[in-house]
Design a protein around this ligand. Structure first.
Ligand code: TRP
Length: 347
């Protein structure tokens, strides 16, 4: 049986956080372990430039940072091709062809682009490169003939736009040249979107409300202890609110029944703990300590693996260089088919 192809990527604008982990990294490792897929993981430095053109140093520095996070969570270069976007010339050429199939108003309607324009203050003056990055992302996905793209829900509009481009291309030029990709979302719906530790709508480096995969144990504990809970829950004996309470939001994502046996045997499951909190008599500190134990259990092996690679920059760069060569050859096959389908291959 032919293996399905998986492609994803991350912008190297900062170290990756637990939102990346539950949103997509975990799934990538599972897919790798299953052996059922051929997997490509891309460090999206060109896309990172689309809103950081004035700060390329940040992107350069974070390429190895993201690579380290990948290896730390368990992506294995023997089984997953990890490469750098800017090293793949086909990813510059394909968007040029695709851009003829996309209207300006369609880009402006892309919900992710819309909200990012707002967040970055680009309303008055939008860099063309930024507005068109969904086309570039369609090139990333289609160049690798990806069937599956493990992403968080914020990326669904990008997948939708890619599918439209694929359909337009195949209808206009030649059937079945481009592969129609599908998103793969996390198994746990609570992990679709992860709020910041301050209760802000999104965990984001620029908002300073993240727990990073590379945070040491003390830092994680401090962040958990400072989490936004229920501001009106002052006395332990009083009832507390679960909705909007970040500690419980994270427990919904990370907690399994077995964690109660290990770290908090007073309760059998999360429902019991929530009920007690709602009725009064359960303090924030106890719940936070419980969450901290769970997060430490998840993050400790990631941290330990990271140490093994941290001092071997040369090896990381060698892997990226080698894998980028392999990835480029792979993408060139699609590029060739695309040129052929359009009919611009005269010699
Ligand atoms: N847009 C993704 C992000 O912001 C990064 C990315 C670039 C990507 N190209 C991709 C993700 C292709 C999946 C597939 O993190």
């Amino acid at each position: 049986m032919e293996r399905k192809i998986v492609l994803t990527g991350d912008r190297p604008t900062g170290p990756l956080h637990i939102g990346h982990y539950v949103g997509s990294l975990k799934k990538r490792v599972e897919m790798q372990e299953s052996g059922d897929f051929q997997q490509f993981v891309m460090i999206a430095d060109i896309q990172a430039l689309t809103d950081n053109a004035d700060n390329p140093a940040k992107i350069r520095e974070n390429i190895l940072e993201v690579m380290l996070d990948y290896l730390a969570v368990g992506l294995d270069p023997e089984r997953t091709t990890i490469f750098v976007q800017s090293k793949i010339p086909a990813l510059f050429e394909l968007p040029m062809y695709y851009s003829n199939l996309v209207t300006l108003s369609r880009l402006q309607r892309n919900p992710t682009i819309k909200s990012e324009i707002k967040m970055r203050g680009f309303e008055k003056s939008i860099p063309v490169g930024f507005l068109t990055y969904p086309i570039s992302q369609a090139a990333d996905i289609t160049a690798f003939r990806a069937n599956l793209v493990p992403v968080g829900v914020d990326q669904l509009p990008m997948l939708e736009q890619t599918r439209e481009i694929v359909n337009s291309f195949n209808n206009l030029y030649k059937k079945d040249v481009l592969v129609l990709p599908e998103a793969v979302l996390p198994d746990n719906e609570n992990a679709y979107r992860i709020v910041g530790i301050d209760g802000g709508a999104k965990m984001s480096k620029s908002l300073g409300n993240c727990i990073f995969l590379k945070d040491d144990a003390k830092t994680v504990e401090k962040k958990v202890m400072s989490m936004f809970t229920d501001p009106n829950h002052i006395k332990v004996s009083e009832p507390g609110k679960i909705e909007g309470n970040v500690v419980f939001t994270y427990l919904d994502i990370f907690c399994k029944n077995e964690h109660f046996e290990k770290y908090c045997p007073d309760y059998k499951n999360l429902q019991e703990m929530k009920d007690h909190y709602r009725h009064g008599g359960l303090g924030d500190v106890k719940v936070k300590k419980f969450l901290n134990s769970i997060l430490q259990e998840i993050l400790t092996p990631i941290r330990e693996r990271r140490i093994k690679f941290e001092n071997n920059k040369k090896m990381l760069l060698d892997i990226l260089a080698e894998h980028s060569r392999v990835a480029s050859d792979y993408a060139n096959i699609t590029l060739d088919a695309v040129r052929d389908a359009i009919g611009i291959k005269i010699f």
